[in-house]
Write a protein that binds this ligand. Structure first.
Ligand SMILES: Nc1nc2c(ncn2[C@@H]2O[C@H](COP(=O)(O)OP(=O)(O)O)[C@@H](O)[C@H]2O)c(=O)[nH]1
Ligand SMILES: [Mg+2]
Length: 393
């Protein structure tokens, strides 16, 4: 499953965002890790369900009247403070937890109501632009430290006649989630000495930063947008990262109200409808959230998750089926599964995502929307419904 890690200084709103985003009524039993680790949960990205193009909605539990929620993993990690890579705060614990992450949501207190260490100050007193770079700086320094401490192993390997620097560096970086392909692409863009013994600290720092940027890209969540001075959000937008203004505790309030039956709201909606009884105070609270949603097109929580997965990671959603006419699996469930794949993936990649055996036994595929066979080199598109024909199915 795609894994998204929340990062940021203490009190930025990570746990609030995590609680809100993982509240949906998922069947926890399907995700064994949720019972082991309370900071590892399931949230969803939002897309159109292919069933909107049919007469009837599919009825899948992840489909809300044609809006499809595709599961992804969310990690809430201890707050990060400057100096974390030297073990300050819970730094190492945080950085170790990042190993699993495909993408980082960096929660920033756009209100400037907390200082660099996350301690409360007056709204607007701290400049949130100051905290934008520290998460990547900590990650980069931490990874550079790993390279430093293990460089001897690369030097040792370099004495062997069949030394391959890409292989040696992949061995070192695979624990951080880097593949040999990542290492190859990054090295191609760098200038470095052939002999590992000649590498300077700076060479290793540059490599660490490039690998980090490639394997752990960052979306900024400009949180507390409900109380943030507007110019703070604007100035955050001028940084080099994608920025999504958000109100995490607004999202939490909406999800709780929806669960209680007081409002109708699906995560990512631009608005909500009051359908139950509310106290005056509750109503006022919700109307304030509605104003923030009007300004930003929603609470921003779903938008941030979607930006990470469909924007930065550039994934698409493909829906494998066994029956190309009814879009069902063998049991008759309509559109039972959704897979997130890198854009550019073909039907065989989808087959492998479903199961290694299905991929190994791949024969051909059918585009169920068009009801025709597609070639192996066809690039899948968002929302494709595909029947895989395999010796294994
Ligand atoms: N005004 C406002 N406060 C928020 C928002 N999100 C979180 N908070 C508050 O910020 C404080 C810290 O939140 P928390 O989620 O514990 O931060 P963490 O340390 O990053 O996990 C809490 O008092 C939250 O209620 C928001 O969108 N707007
Ligand atoms: Mg927290």
């Amino acid at each position: 499953m795609i894994s998204i890690a929340l990062a940021g200084k203490p009190n930025a709103g990570k746990s609030t965002l995590y609680t809100a985003a993982t509240m949906a009524d998922v069947d926890v039993g399907n995700y064994p890790f949720t019972t082991i680790d309370p900071n590892r949960g399931v949230t969803h990205v939002r897309t159109d369900c292919p069933c909107v193009d049919r007469e009837e909605r599919c009825g899948d539990e992840d489909c809300h009247d044609g809006t499809r929620y595709v599961p992804v993993e969310l990690l809430d990690v201890a707050g990060l403070v400057p100096g974390a890579h030297e073990g300050k705060g819970l730094g190492n614990q945080f950085l170790d937890a990042l190993t699993d992450a495909d993408v980082i949501l960096q929660v920033v207190d756009a209100a400037g109501a907390t200082n660099a260490e996350g301690e409360p100050v007056e709204v607007g007193e701290y400049d949130p632009v100051e905290e934008v770079d520290f998460v990547e700086a900590e990650m980069d320094a931490w990874l550079a430290g790993i390279l430093d401490r293990n460089w001897e192993s690369v030097e040792r390997k370099s004495r062997s006649p069949d030394f391959d620097i890409e292989e040696a560096l992949t061995d070192l970086l695979t624990g951080f989630g880097a593949t040999e392909h990542d290492v190859t692409i990054v090295l191609r863009g760098l200038e470095y000495p052939d002999d590992p013994i000649q590498w300077s600290d700076e060479d290793r720092e540059v490599l660490a930063a490039e690998i980090r940027a490639r394997t752990k890209p960052i979306v900024l969540v400009a949180n507390k947008a409900d109380i943030a001075p507007p110019e703070n959000v604007e100035r955050l937008r001028e940084t080099d990262k994608p920025v999504i203004p958000a109100t995490a505790d607004g999202e939490l309030a909406l999800r709780r109200a929806a669960e209680a039956g007081a409002i109708e709201y699906d995560p990512g909606d631009g608005d909500f409808e009051v359908v139950g009884d509310l106290s005056d105070q509750q109503e006022q609270g919700l109307e304030r959230i509605r104003e923030v949603m009007e300004e930003f097109g929603g609470t921003g929580v779903q938008a941030a998750l979607n930006e990470a997965v469909y924007g930065l990671l550039d994934l698409i959603t493909a829906f494998p089926v066994q029956n190309e006419t009814h879009w069902t699996d063998a049991k008759g469930n309509v559109l039972p599964d959704a897979f997130l794949l890198p854009s550019g993936s073909g039907p065989r990649d989808l087959a492998y995502a479903v199961h290694t055996d299905i991929g190994d036994g791949y024969l051909h595929a059918v585009d169920a929307r068009a009801d025709r066979r597609i070639g192996e080199d066809t690039e899948l598109e968002e929302g494709d419904v595909i029947k895989i024909v395999s010796t294994a199915s």
